[in-house]
Ligand binder design. Structure first.
Ligand code: ADP
Ligand code: MG
Length: 789
């Protein structure tokens, strides 16, 4: 039996999911797979594991497993559940990649989806080979936040769908529970490959109060952090009580906004010691971190003092606030999020008067803060890497007399529910990982989030009462530029890499894998073929003919396994591996980085200074390409030299503009070099000297150029092209059409050397290329290296 405190009991009773306990447990008892969809904050993550514990799923040493796509959710939910259940002896634990507190007696185990995936992949070819151990320690696995569609949880779902069937056959059933916010469960329910019989869906009805959504008339394109600052200031000064939740994209932005807000509405501690402006000037960079109990208590005492001081004033200002409400908050158009009737206790969103006079800049607002005594703002950051004791602060009520303002990344979208939020400020942005199409190098970029995600964010304002969501973008942008749903991560990842990663987890039948959202099967076949050519997979035995080979499932080779460790497209991973053997890592890393950035070297000089003619510039490019072995390296040599010379020049901007190099691209290349170097240092065998990023890297010697060419060829075995022999061309055809024409295996029609390729000078017979593109009905090759005749 579980002994919960009265306080916890009371908090639990308020959660909508508690009314469904019996229905949920029964559904899980009677069905192998249950989908549980419910609004964020309804209590899925914290309560369902407890229901199952009390229903006996942790009996006989069995484990209730819960996976989370985010580390922060795994740790913080484990702590919360332990707290609620009053179990502090390790029975509730967590395991994330490099950290955990799981013990032998752990009965409820929270983990990241990656951790469970690694565990289940010990069992090779799970859905086919007869193996004894199929997560046998677990009685139930809960895949939480399945709507996030992380690669790992998608693959886990595929694996578990098969494990569940096998365990059922053995009379030792494993239960699978898929929990998600209320969106797009059809990908799981209507996928016959994944689940032959449609899983049971339980919808947890949570009371969601109406949220009025207010769009900005104008979209803040660049300065959305600044815009969110202004918005929070206005809300805090003018609107009634209630927490504010701001969505930004990353830790730096979050900290910057917290700092600004704390300066504007200083914590009580500082008001006590000095006037806010003085504090602001004396310690501009200081982020006030209230890190321990003492300081918190301090804060409360001071607040109490202030409260008494302000008591009389407060009554008055309350009236003023009500009047101020009549001033429009911004250039909004109001639009209710749901069709529900709005039972507002206020009508903030409907006020459409102009508030130009309130569009104030920083200095003015400083002045304002001194004249208008706004109550203190209790500003808390929230992002994944924040230490967990600081994350926990968002769950506690703010000190009396102050308003809570949580500045968060999208961890607050569905992973963590912050109580008493009434105002959401949504920048509409999210940090997304993008993969370079050719090299597979990944980088994070800030983009628009999806409509579904924006609506989730808005919903955060309506958990405890009617709320407001202020979107810092226009409804036109929302309608025209936001995707309806975010793509599953698996669909964003380059396919060769996905196949290799899965093979490295010993999932051999990737082509027939029951993906929740399957990739195109033709692409999967093509990816396997490419991996075979790279020797990353074992070839089918000789006696299997080409047609049958489609049924052949290849195992990964040791080379393939090593390649899979690199965060790169397999062919570039192979190049790095090979260059490691020849001390060429620095050069190869620079090359791969340069290839991952679009248009590093422009086809035209950037400025049209007299004398800086196209011809002169091409000549320069030619001199960069060098002669002898260097020229065989061709276009990659131009890139290497461009990076090296620009970094060496001292005045990068000047050098770039006179040499037709995009300086922004160059900075990007430098960033990628650092990133790839760090990642490579983690992968290369210990004992090997670690590599450094040297901006003054010398260009390759003749021997190095020769080795680099071999490395490029090894990575591009399927990207070989041969010059079209003039004798091949029919008499009737116009020979000029075949200038720079090549044949390659991928295309029936001839392909052409890119107009800015340095190899137009030598026009070699055999070449390898990075990629193919189409322009004006002609197909061109790019990134060309000559193969020695
Ligand atoms: P769901 O998974 O359905 O989104 P949760 O189980 O995460 O819901 O949250 C249920 C409730 O528990 C929310 O009101 C949330 O604020 C509260 N809660 C979660 N973690 C904590 C915590 N560490 N301290 C206090 N309350 C918490
Ligand atoms: Mg949850």
């Amino acid at each position: 039996p579980v002994h919960r405190t009265a306080e916890v009991q009371a908090a639990r009773m308020k959660l909508p999911i508690l009314a469904e306990e019996q229905a949920i447990v029964e559904a899980i008892n009677e069905n192998p797979v249950v989908i549980l969809a419910g609004e964020t904050g309804s209590g899925k993550t914290t309560q369902v594991p407890q229901f199952l514990y009390e229903a006996g799923y942790a009996a006989n040493g069995k484990i209730i497993g819960v996976t989370e796509p985010r580390r922060v959710a795994a740790t913080s939910m484990a702590n919360r559940v332990a707290e609620e259940m009053n179990l502090h002896d390790g029975q509730v634990g967590y395991q994330i990649r490099f950290e955990g507190n799981v013990k032998d007696n752990t009965r409820i185990k929270f983990m990241t989806d990656g951790v469970l995936l690694k565990a289940s992949c010990f069992f090779k070819q799970i859905w086919e080979v007869q193996k004894d151990f199929l997560l046998n320690n677990y009685s139930v696995v809960i895949i939480d936040e399945a709507h996030e569609r992380s690669v790992y949880s998608d693959i886990l779902l595929g694996l578990l769908s098969r494990i569940v069937m096998l365990r059922q056959k053995r009379g030792n059933p494993l239960k699978l529970v898929i929990m998600s916010a209320t969106l797009r469960v059809e990908d799981f329910t209507d996928n016959q490959r994944l689940f032959k019989t449609k899983p049971v869906v339980i919808q947890v009805e949570a009371r969601q109060f109406p949220v009025s959504v207010h769009f900005n008339k104008r979209t803040a394109f660049e300065d959305y952090v600044e815009e969110s600052y202004r918005k929070v200031c206005k809300i805090h000064r003018q609107l009634p009580d209630g927490g504010i939740l701001v969505f930004l994209t990353g830790q730096q932005e979050v900290n910057a906004l917290c700092r600004k807000l704390r300066q504007m509405f200083p914590g009580v501690k500082r008001t006590e010691k000095s006037k806010p402006t003085e504090t602001a000037t004396s310690k501009p960079e200081d982020i006030p971190i209230i890190s321990d109990q003492e300081e918190d208590e301090d804060m409360e005492k001071v607040l109490a003092k202030i409260k008494t001081k302000q008591q009389n004033m407060k009554k008055r200002s309350r009236k003023e606030v009500d009047q101020q409400v009549k001033i429009n908050l911004d250039h909004y158009s109001a639009l209710p999020l749901q069709e529900q009737e709005q039972d507002h206790d206020d009508n903030l969103g409907d006020l459409m008067d102009s508030d130009e006079e309130l569009d104030i800049n920083d200095e003015q607002s400083e002045a304002l803060s001194q004249s208008q005594t706004a109550p203190p703002l209790w500003v808390l950051p929230l992002y994944s890497l924040l230490p967990s004791y600081r994350q926990q602060k968002v769950f506690a009520p703010p000190p009396e007399g102050s308003r809570l303002c949580v500045v968060a990344t999208n961890v607050a979208e569905t992973s963590l529910t912050i109580p008493n939020v009434r105002y959401v400020v949504d920048t509409g942005r999210v940090k997304t990982k993008f993969f370079d199409k050719v090299t597979g190098v990944s980088a994070f970029h800030v983009t628009w989030t999806s409509q579904a995600a924006a609506n989730q964010r808005a919903g955060r304002a309506g958990r405890t009462g009617p709320g407001h969501c202020y979107r810092l973008y226009s409804s036109a942008v929302f309608n025209d530029e936001f995707e309806k749903f975010s793509l599953p991560d698996i669909a964003r990842r380059p396919i060769d890499d996905l196949v290799l990663q899965m093979k490295s987890m010993d999932i051999e039948k990737v082509i027939h894998f029951p993906f929740p959202t399957p990739p195109d099967i033709k692409q999967l076949y093509a990816a396997e073929r490419r991996l075979l050519l790279l020797n990353a997979l074992e070839p089918p035995p000789r006696n299997i003919r080409l047609k049958q080979s489609q049924e052949w499932t290849s195992k990964i080779t040791p080379l393939g396994r090593a390649m899979a460790a690199y965060p790169l497209a397999p062919r570039y991973a192979k190049m790095l591996l090979l260059s490691q053997q020849h001390d060429l890592l620095q050069l190869t890393i620079t090359l791969v980085s340069a290839l991952s950035v679009q248009e590093l070297v422009l086809d035209q000089p950037a400025d049209s200074e007299p004398g800086n003619t196209h011809r002169r510039w091409l000549g320069q490019r030619r001199s960069w390409a060098g002669t002898g072995q260097s020229l065989f390296l061709g276009d990659p040599m131009v890139l290497l030299r461009a990076v090296g010379a620009a970094e060496y020049s001292g005045d990068i901007e000047a050098f770039c503009s006179t040499n037709g190099i995009r300086s922004k691209a160059l900075r990007e290349v430098r960033k990628l070099r650092v990133q790839l170097t760090n990642e490579t240092n983690l992968i290369i065998p210990s004992g090997t000297a670690s590599i450094v990023v040297d901006p003054r890297m010398a260009p390759p010697t003749e021997l190095q150029a020769k080795l680099l060419r071999q490395i490029l060829m090894a990575g591009l075995p399927d990207h070989v092209a041969k010059r079209i022999d003039p004798n091949e061309i029919k008499e009737t055809e116009d020979r000029r059409k075949y200038k720079y024409a090549y044949r390659c295996p991928e295309m029936e029609d001839p392909v052409f050397l890119n107009p800015s390729s340095i190899l137009r000078y030598s026009h070699p017979e055999w070449i390898v290329y990075q990629d193919i593109y189409e322009h004006d009905d002609k197909i061109y090759l790019r990134g060309i290296t000559a193969i020695e005749p």
